[in-house]
Design a protein around this ligand. Sequence first.
Ligand code: PEP
Ligand code: MG
Length: 781
Amino acid sequence: LTPETAAALERKTKNARFVWDAYRRFVQMFASVVAGVAHEPFEQALSGAKEKAGVKDDTGLTADALKDLTSLEKRIYASEKGSAFPDDPRDQLRAAIEAVFASYWGKKAEDYRRIEKIASSLGTAVTVQAMVFGNTGDRSGTGVAFTRDPTTGEDRLYGEWLANAQGEDVVAGIRTPRPIAQLETALPEVFSSLQRVKETLERRFRDAQDIEFTWEDGKLYLLQTRTAKRGAVAAVRIAADLLRARTIDAKEAVSRVEPRQFQQLLARIFDVEAKAKAQKDGRVLASGLPASPGAASGPVVFNPEDAEAFAKTGKPAILVRRMTSPEDIAGMHAAAGLLTSVGGMTSHAAVVARGMGKCCIVGCALLRIDEAANCFQAGDRWVKKGERISIDGFTGEVILGDLPTQDSEVVEVVQGRRNPATSRVFGDVDTVLRAADSVRRLRVRANADTPEDARVARYLGAEGIGLVRTEHMFFAEDRILPMREMILADTVLARKVALAKLLPYQRADFAGMFKAMAGLPVTIRLLDPPLHEFLPETDAIQRAVASRIGMDLHELQERVKAHQELNPMLGHRGCRLGVSHPEIYEMQARAVIEAACEVSHQDIVVKPEIMVPFIGVAKELEILRKLIVDEAERVLAERGEKIAYSVGTMIEIPRAAITANQVARFADFFSFGTNDLTQMTFGISRDDAEKAFLPDYEAKGILPENPFAVLDRDGVGGLVEIAVERGRREKPGLKCGICGEHGGDPSSIAFCHKVGLDYVSCSPYRVPIARLAAARAALSS
Ligand code: PEP
Ligand code: MG
């Protein structure tokens, strides 16, 4: 615009107010965007003009007032810039084009390219086009909209507009824009054009769009369109809706949803505003590792008994502990959330919480927990039993006080508290997951130790159980005593007597798992942890155990001591227990096969897979396989039955991976225990590393990510590749899976796909994420 063209425009439109409104906008925009002049003096000039005219909105300014404003702005420009505002259209155009090219090298653009990994050498382009005006009067206007609701995904226009305005006004907040629904009544013809544009664009781009538009005297023009950013619920709904409408196919639907968004759909979340306020008020006490997503608020307790007591009164608590152990399981189950000060992403608390779908933060090193005194200290703040805190399992933040949370609809359905037919989100998740299933090659199983976990896993689409940790079954009140008796026995006979008491429990446990997974494979791992973990620690419990099993207290204490090891994770555990005490694995093998026989009598197909942990030397497996098969055959012969079962091994010691061709001779399958494999490949303790030095290693870029959460492709992954290759060289088609925590991590799943594993096995609530991640891995390979 120049004085000359402005005059011509005035003659042509007979709308002086519009012309000078456009001019004053142009001077201001040109000054800030092209000439880089600060915008404050221009805003002051506009406010001054409104004040002088006694009006609230810029639309109240008359043509003369706007003309004066334009002159004032030109003077501001000249004094700030040191040269006159250009009055030649060619100068204006050239400067504008140059400004666009120059912006390519601005900090904002460079940062963006770096983050999005876009090469700077690509360059940019400038489009010069005719202007349309939303400020010619009341039949003109401007707006921004999403073609679908970006929060819920609902298929309707969602956005805002302003009459008699230009695009900047909507986002700049000069006037309060009106919701798009009101456009339908105010200007029905514009609204119906917008509806048509929405359909055209969605047909063309096959996805929801984020658009900017202007109408001039009732005619709609589109200024810009791009793919709409969206929240998790909307992402799933839009993908599902477009798939159902056949606008996109299964592959495209899968690529539209991020596995991380699924995680959000499954977890409880904090009210966003309440959380932001808590942060602003300085209520964040500390932060730790976000081990299991979700949101929980509740009174603090420091032992599992209190957690159970609080749950009984209807006020589930946050269980705060230095670390958890299998003995705490009932309290963990009763708690609203878990918080530990030591331990990492594969610690007991983390693994169990993910299994339960419960919010959990681990390794929160800043907390000084005094379990005996029932309090913890964070900085200079003490928090006592019963005081309320909130924990965010997405970010690892520990927050003082309560925060309102929202339940996940999907979890309500899975836990049977809501009818799936009434949950839109659940239906959409299901649609996307079915699409994923049609695309993926990897099978997805779950790690589960109880029939209830198995049921949840199956409901979420698990195609079998990849890991039953049998040791988790020995901590219940009625079992721990015979377990301790078994461990403390000093003769084989005494041990067999104790094992005979455990057998019915194990058999019932396994039968429950087989029933829950009818027709699907169930991999049962034989006893793994060092036996010391099961033994009583405190004087009081030692006394009680001694009297119940009729052993002298002193004798018992001596035996407990004898079981202590300096390095228990590298000690007498896993298959080493089976080698020293064959009767333990014999009992377990018997329990598996007897349970299989029982369940198959109920016309349920059972597929037991017996798995030996911690193999390092092929000879170990040779011996134990024979032991297991002999016992299994004995059971079948006794009962005159025939049941197919397989015997395989975990690969979790580097030596087993390197010698996988030897190990494979005695294995029907491999399952990579990448928790231990990571621990031993790096020589980093999985229980201590995160609190000690891993954060420094991540901060200094020595490790890109926590290797216990995301599989280290080069090292640990290298061993997995070697083992798969060598194992299958010895035994073509050898079934290989993964059951370490990495089995539920999307990027690790992509690696598993690439190296040709047959399945991943993860916590039940991660099964949907794994199904989706497996499909996305198949698409990108
Ligand atoms: C593993 O080591 O990866 C594994 C699955 O076993 P656990 O975590 O029980 O040691
Ligand atoms: Mg292991």
